[in-house]
Ligand binder design. Structure first.
Ligand code: FMN
Length: 359
């Protein structure tokens, strides 16, 4: 039995499994290439990479695999810069800095890498698949990628967003359900109104767009893959499932928390970055609950402002002040190798299809 779909044909991959591009260090060159070499689509989460680092990583991936791979970037945001809000947040975060024994009131040089410069690198180097989140990439970018033969994918959290992405000319749509770990890709309405579960969202999007749909959020194994295909998806995008594997670049304490946490351990918070994201509950999240959402500077300002705290926490092996992004499928997390995760997911999916009539 083969798992050939519209998406595997479009991207020339063997199995309809995408390892999510996860910015922040998880998606090492080793992880991306292990997944691609196993027949899935490895993706470099490059949102926080400098253009030089991005170029080096793309070249390194190309040296390690002949198979297709993807690069993922963040569509730039236009944050409201409120100096009083930033000053007040600096003081609030200083309480935490004192507890961690790090310098108070650090200066923040820049809020985010330049999307335009990152994009030039992607275009210069040439990549088989490019995906984005947090909005719609500029039309000129999509056209230039298409001229190079790159498959382009956007992220939607509602049917309306999926339809807007189809209109913009992408080739496939990642449908991100509310179970998903990491930042919400929501861009048309507010994040709390766009929390639709994967099971409900995928078929509604599949009915309204003609492009291949990729299910994402809470999919951890072959049962999730089979269910997604049954709902009308042409592939799945899995993030949390790959976070604790040997090739993942996340901190050891983060991996331990992933492996020991249960389905109710996560929450959606804006406290780390100013944008809604799902992660394992931490002391940092709890302490930040005393502030209203309006007191938190917009993404990516808050993201830049909490960076020193998260870095110090990582150095101190203190998971309570790191960001532990994760989805709701936590009990299914394993420390298997990336290749084993892809292989097992495929075998389970085939077995699940064959046993469907028995349930
Ligand atoms: C640690 C982490 C980082 C993530 N970073 C990104 C990112 O940079 N770009 C992106 O499009 N999605 C990102 N996501 C979201 C994934 O694309 C995907 O929607 C999510 O992982 C699916 O849910 P799951 O984690 O339950 O598999 C991230 C997810 C996690 C867990």
């Amino acid at each position: 039995m083969v798992l050939e779909t519209r998406f595997t044909k479009l991207t020339h991959i063997r199995y309809p499994i995408i390892q999510a591009g996860m910015a922040g260090g998880a998606t090492t060159v080793e992880l991306v290439t292990a997944v691609s070499n196993a027949g899935g689509l490895g993706t470099l989460g490059a949102g926080y990479l400098t253009p030089d680092k991005l170029r080096a990583e793309i070249r390194s991936i190309k040296q390690r695999t002949e198979r297709p791979f993807g690069v993922n970037l963040f569509v730039p945001q236009d944050p409201a810069v409120s100096e009083p809000k930033i000053r007040a947040m600096t003081q609030r975060l200083d309480e935490i800095r004192s507890d961690l024994g790090i310098a108070r009131g650090p200066s923040v040089d820049k809020y985010a890498e330049s999307f335009e410069e990152q994009m030039e690198v992607v275009l210069e180097e040439g990549v088989p698949v490019f995906s984005f989140t947090f909005g719609i990439a500029p039309h000129s970018v999509i056209l230039r990628l298409h001229n190079q033969g790159t498959v382009v994918m956007g992220t939607a959290t509602t049917v309306r967003e999926a339809m807007a992405l189809e209109q913009a000319g992408v080739d496939a749509i990642v449908v991100q359900g509310s179970e998903a770990g990491g930042h919400r890709g929501t861009f048309l309405s507010n994040a709390s109104q766009s929390l639709i579960g994967t099971m409900a969202l995928v078929p509604q999007v599949a009915d309204r767009v003609s492009l291949p749909v990729i299910a994402s959020g809470g999919i951890m194994d072959g049962r999730g893959l089979t269910a997604s295909l049954a709902l009308g998806a042409s592939a799945v995008q899995m993030g949390t499932a790959f976070l604790a594997c040997a090739e993942s670049g996340v901190h050891l304490r983060y991996k331990e928390r992933l492996l020991e946490s249960e389905e109710d351990a996560t929450e959606i918070t804006c406290a780390y970055s100013g944008k809604a994201a799902r992660g394992i509950r931490t002391e940092f999240m709890e302490r930040m609950k005393k502030y209203d959402v309006e007191q938190i500077p917009d993404y990516p300002i808050q993201n830049a402002m909490t960076q020193d705290i998260r870095r110090a926490a990582a150095k101190q092996n203190n998971a309570e002040y790191m960001s532990l992004w994760a989805g709701q499928g936590l009990r299914l997390t394993t420390s298997d190798s990336a290749q084993d995760i892809v292989q097992r997911t495929v075998e389970q999916a085939i077995a699940a299809v064959q046993s469907l009539s028995l349930n």
